[in-house]
Write a protein of this length. Structure first.
Lengths: 243, 536, 164
């Protein structure tokens, strides 16, 4: 006779995404399940391996029977859920959110080092964003090139805080944070001092790799040359977990 | 300690003032102090303190616009309305003192038979303007801390939750979430570290109810929090209060100190097994910190930015522990509910909104100040009868409720009874209870722009729809208000309203479009006039 | 390995650091008491500068960027020294309806400063607040901590002219 299975705390649930059946552990979020199964829910702040921020609102999805939208990155799956990830309503909202992001800073793809390798640009293309209906703010932001290896261009920052989180949670330095409030928010290093003068920065470059746009880049790159490499993040997360 | 001991204590405290026949009460809440109550109090104390007459600093009497207010009350007749004086100056002190027990000073008199006073029903404000907020004994003599002792010695935590559930009380901070349900969720979480928080970050412009309660009757809040802590199994509490309210901070700090000294706060309260400690945490000027997850972030010493819910604070709140958050007025209702019973409370108000509500009347209205009326009182009664209507022969145009999350209602809606659900159906919310009355000279487009400017500069900057959306909506409103807008601008504004409402992370963003949507619903012609003016 | 950090010495001999230290000690030098500590610095010195922020960061063992982020999030904290007198114009709804805009314009005309600015002679800082809760006295201003109700531009300017 086999030994009785030990009691388990983890339950598996079944649910639907866009009309197809899936199953997952109940502690998984909608976006995790979707990414595992190749369902493209857009997001700019969510990144596997970092804590959930829930701020870009691009990953909002609809649940059958509920007028409220939920963030796929912050919502766990549950038995019987019917999730819709790409309705006309969601597409409309996503396009508007992307317009707001473009108008908020000075995003000009044709002169950006990340042209062609930018997550914001890719989403804009996917949602058919051919023009921006709201006026650009046209506030000139500085470019800090004081660091010998990297550069931060606030004109291209979307305040996703991936750099803040990777620096704090993975590298453990907490060089980055956000200052100010509302539209005046800006990412900073240490006491809002030039990056090159930072006492806490280890120059590991993780922030550059996780940045979805051309805001954080390597020095010496030219238009379209800055590609990002995210493979280290799941790798480190797994190593940490195994310990 | 048992209830009998409490009765004895209260009797003792009352005996200390035996022989006092008259009390001269001077309102020393912030508003009257601003109008010059301090010199009045000094002058009255100097000339009037005697065995048969006592001059006493008290909290808010309600009619703030007529301050400084002074009331002369006959101690033997607590049910009779005291003689009330308005706009009192220090020079009036001798006349007032000479009149005690004789004919009132007619030239200073403020009639108390007007609806502003007679139409109110005071539960939350029962002690306001009567007891000395800094006096522990005064609170106990008025029946204070009886409910706590009753809960601790005669009720189980589950029974306390049941009583609150039975009362039908709903959160007074704005959302109207059933208080009993919130309590039972926290109570049902496994035993361990839990927290109780009092949200005293009254941020809605035009709302000053919580301030008045904190300044007039701070022990009542502590008592409500202690009962809540007992009910849900917490032993640590925080009062998160705006730094803009220094007097309220001082009074609640004094109350905590005195309650501790008397054994009603701290270890083994009133010789029972229950321990509860309260600390004050100051805000630092961020409206968004009224949102519960942002408030908790602020207590943790972080930027006051909300986080996605669920998990709700009841499950994972302060530092991840189960946390009960209620606002000031909600806690103020607890002691009376325990003392008088949930059924008593449930008899007051409407079908789905029980009890009374404190409203702050401001704007162009004759009687500016605080009132407490049963839920279900009509807007017309509140504004025209109790508030005395619009001064200066102007016509009423709109009433704004719910602050930046609420909306504007026109004259045609004045006959609706005010409760959580009726207001929501009309496109506004009860909010914390601020009511701004506007006359015909106010432009609704300007009002909408004012609130959008507020939301834009109070947006924490975390989520994109609120951070960038309120900015663009404000830009469009400004353009329309300045008669430079087009029909496309208005259409885009409406589209953004829908998007920001549906996609924002927290309540601030989700409700930021409300002032625009409600003015568009009831005053659309004003927007169209501005558009037409642009084409000329 | 010794990870325990010693508490840093105050930046200078100024006695006011004792008040700041007392506030931090009261909270056991816990990181979550950051806002309390910043209040203590601002109460003692009138504003927050890089020296005091660094001192607080080191004392509470918090990253500098986090301390700066918190200090700039809350509108009550100021990183610039204020003038000798502070005039806070309430811009809450009731005050707005009753003419807070006129008060701001009056002060601007009278002293040439807009909210957030200080006069060149350091005499007066003008600020705005989101409702000081004195709606019954609208429009209201808070001058050096005292609420002045039912103001008019002329009365306010006259009052400000009387300041030292």
């Amino acid at each position: 006779m086999p030994i009785p299975a030990p009691p388990t705390n983890v339950r598996v649930v079944t649910f639907q995404i866009d009309g197809r059946d899936y199953s997952a552990r109940e502690d998984e979020t909608i976006i995790e399940v979707a990414r595992e199964n190749g369902i493209p829910i857009p997001s700019l702040c969510y990144l596997e391996g970092l804590s959930t921020w829930g701020a870009c609102r691009l990953c909002l999805v609809e649940l059958a029977g509920s007028p409220r939208l939920v963030a796929a990155c912050a919502t766990q799956v549950a038995e019987g859920l019917q999730i819709y990830t790409d309705t006309p309503r969601l597409q409309r909202y996503r396009r508007t959110i992307l317009e707001l992001l473009f108008a908020e800073r000075n995003h000009v793809c044709s002169v950006c080092v990340s042209n062609g390798h930018c997550e914001l640009q890719a989403l804009a293309q996917r949602y058919g964003l051919d023009h921006v209906r709201v006026p650009y703010r046209h506030v000139a932001y500085e470019v800090d090139a004081s660091h010998e290896m990297f550069r931060v261009d606030h004109n291209r920052c979307i305040l996703c805080t991936r750099c803040v989180r990777v620096c704090d949670e993975v590298e453990g330095a907490h060089t980055w944070d956000v200052m100010g409030r509302g539209s005046d928010c800006r990412v900073i290093t240490d006491m809002n001092r030039p990056w090159g003068a930072s006492d806490t920065c280890t120059s590991c470059g993780k922030c550059v790799q996780v940045c979805p746009t051309g805001a954080l880049v390597k020095q010496g790159t030219s238009v379209g040359e800055m590609t990002k490499d995210l493979h280290f993040l799941p790798y480190i997360t797994r190593r940490r977990h195994n310990r | 300690m048992h209830l009998d001991d409490m009765f004895e204590r209260a009797e003792e405290y009352r005996a200390e003032s035996a022989g006092v026949e008259h009390e001269v009460r001077v309102c020393m809440a912030a508003s009257c102090q601003s109008s010059g109550a301090q010199p009045v109090f000094a002058a009255l104390s100097e000339g009037g303190q005697g065995d048969a007459c006592r001059v006493k600093a008290v909290g808010c009497m309600g009619l703030c616009s007529a301050g400084p207010l002074v009331a002369v009350a006959e101690v033997a007749a607590p049910n009779e309305a005291p003689v009330l004086y308005r706009d009192v100056r220090a020079a009036d002190a001798p006349d007032i003192l000479a009149s005690v027990g004789r004919q009132p000073v007619e030239r200073l008199r403020c009639p108390t038979d007007q609806p502003f006073f007679t139409r109110q029903q005071r539960i939350v404000l029962a002690n306001a303007g009567i007891i000395d907020p800094d006096s522990f004994k005064g609170y106990v003599a008025a029946g204070g801390y009886f409910a706590l002792i009753q809960a601790l010695t005669e009720m189980t935590p589950a029974e306390v939750v049941q009583e609150v559930t039975k009362s039908g009380l709903r959160g007074r901070g704005g959302g109207g979430y059933p208080t009993g349900l919130k309590w039972s969720t926290v109570a049902k979480m496994p035993p361990g570290q839990k927290y109780v928080i009092c949200n005293a970050d009254e941020g809605d412009p035009g709302a000053f109810m919580d301030r008045a309660v904190l300044e007039s009757d701070p022990h009542r809040i502590l008592e409500g929090m202690a009962i809540a802590a007992y009910a849900v199994g917490a032993n640590k509490g925080y009062v998160y209060v705006r730094a803009e309210y220094p007097l309220a901070v001082e009074r609640i700090a004094t109350a905590i100190r005195k309650a501790k000294r008397a054994g009603f706060m701290g270890n083994r309260i009133a010789e029972t097994q229950f321990s509860f400690d309260v600390e004050i945490r100051l805000g630092a000027g961020a409206f968004v910190c009224g949102e519960e997850t942002a408030l908790m972030a602020s207590i943790e010493g972080l930027r006051g930015q909300p986080r996605p819910r669920p998990p709700y604070p009841a499950q994972a709140g302060l530092w991840g522990y189960p946390t009960l958050i209620n606002n000031v007025e909600t806690y103020a209702n607890i002691a009376p509910i325990i003392r008088e019973g949930g059924d008593w409370f449930a008899d007051i108000g409407t079908e789905r909104s029980k009890g009374t509500k404190v409203f702050a009347l401001a704007g162009t209205i004759r009687n500016t100040g605080l009132i407490e009326v049963p839920m279900g009182t009509t807007l017309r009664d509140i504004i025209e009868v109790i508030g005395g209507g619009i001064p200066g022969g102007k016509a009423f145009k709109a009433v704004q409720t719910g602050g930046p999350s609420g909306g504007c209602l026109p004259a045609a809606m004045l006959d609706i009874p005010v409760d959580y659900d009726s207001l929501r159906e009309l496109g506004t919310i009860m909010g914390s209870g601020g009511m701004i009355i506007m006359d015909e000279t106010s432009s609704m487009v300007d009002v909408a722009r004012y609130f959008m400017e507020f939301c834009m500069s109070e947006s924490c900057g975390k989520c994109v729809p609120c951070r960038a959306g309120t900015l663009q909506m404000h830009g469009l409103l400004d353009k329309i208000a300045k008669a430079r807008g087009s029909a496309q601008d208005l259409a885009l504004l409406e589209e953004l309203c829908d998007m920001v409402q549906a996609t924002s992370l927290c309540g601030l963003g989700q409700t930021a479009p409300n002032p625009v949507l409600s003015t568009l619903r009831y005053f659309r012609e004003e927007y169209e006039e501005r558009l037409a003016a642009a084409q000329v | 390995m010794a990870l325990q950090q010693t508490k840093p010495a105050p930046p200078d001999a100024d006695k006011r650091w004792k008040l700041v230290n007392a506030a931090m000690r009261r909270n056991g030098y816990a990181g979550h008491a950051l806002i309390e500590a910043l209040h203590a610095v601002q109460d003692a010195f009138g504003y927050l500068d890089e020296t005091s922020l660094r001192f607080v960061a080191e004392s509470l063992d918090l990253p500098p960027s986090k301390v700066y982020g918190v200090a700039t999030f809350y509108h009550l904290f100021t990183l610039k020294p204020k003038g000798r007198h502070a005039c806070v114009v309430c811009t809450g709804t009731a005050c707005y309806i009753k003419g807070a805009g006129g008060l701001i314009e009056g002060v601007e005309q009278g002293f040439g400063v807009v909210p957030g600015e200080t006069t060149p002679d350091d005499r007066l800082s003008v600020l705005t607040a989101r409702c000081v809760g004195a709606c019954g006295l609208a429009p209201a201003v808070v001058l050096d901590g005292a609420v002045l109700g039912k103001q008019t531009p002329d009365a306010l300017v006259a009052e400000l002219n009387r300041l030292e």
